[in-house]
Design a binder for this molecule. Structure first.
Ligand SMILES: [Zn+2]
Length: 122
């Protein structure tokens, strides 16, 4: 399943970040999942439940999923907008059909909360 490979690499990214920040525990992971990413939120969560067991750093982490709306950019005039309907139609500014999807097709790591050894300093 697609979700499993995405979650697997998500955990790798989290571990790398924790390592760079000398953190020993990740408390919260916030990801944005695009509405057109083709990923199922509940599958994503159950994949996370499976993978975090194998990760010392992520074991107790909370996963927050934010669903990201799709965003389009017009290739003709550069206008960016969020379409109201599933069918994107035309650029609202110049009427061009030459649109590309700039957001909402992937999974993004938005933020990480972690506990590091320097946490209590200062
Ligand atoms: Zn345009």
């Amino acid at each position: 399943m697609h979700e499993y490979s995405v979650v697997s690499s998500l955990i790798e990214i989290c571990e790398e970040n924790a390592f760079k920040n000398k953190a020993f525990k990740i408390e919260r992971i916030v990801v944005g999942i695009g509405e057109r990413s083709g990923m199922d939120k509940s599958l994503f969560l159950s994949a996370f439940e499976t993978f975090r067991e194998e990760s010392q750093l992520c074991k107790d982490a909370i996963l927050d999923i934010i669903e990201e709306k799709i965003e389009l950019e017009c290739k003709e005039c550069g206008y960016k907008f969020i379409p109201k309907e599933i069918e994107y139609g035309l650029c609202k500014q110049c009427g061009s059909k030459n649109l590309k999807i700039t957001k909402g097709r992937e999974m993004n790591l938005l933020s990480l909360e972690m506990i590091g050894e320097n946490q209590d300093e200062g």
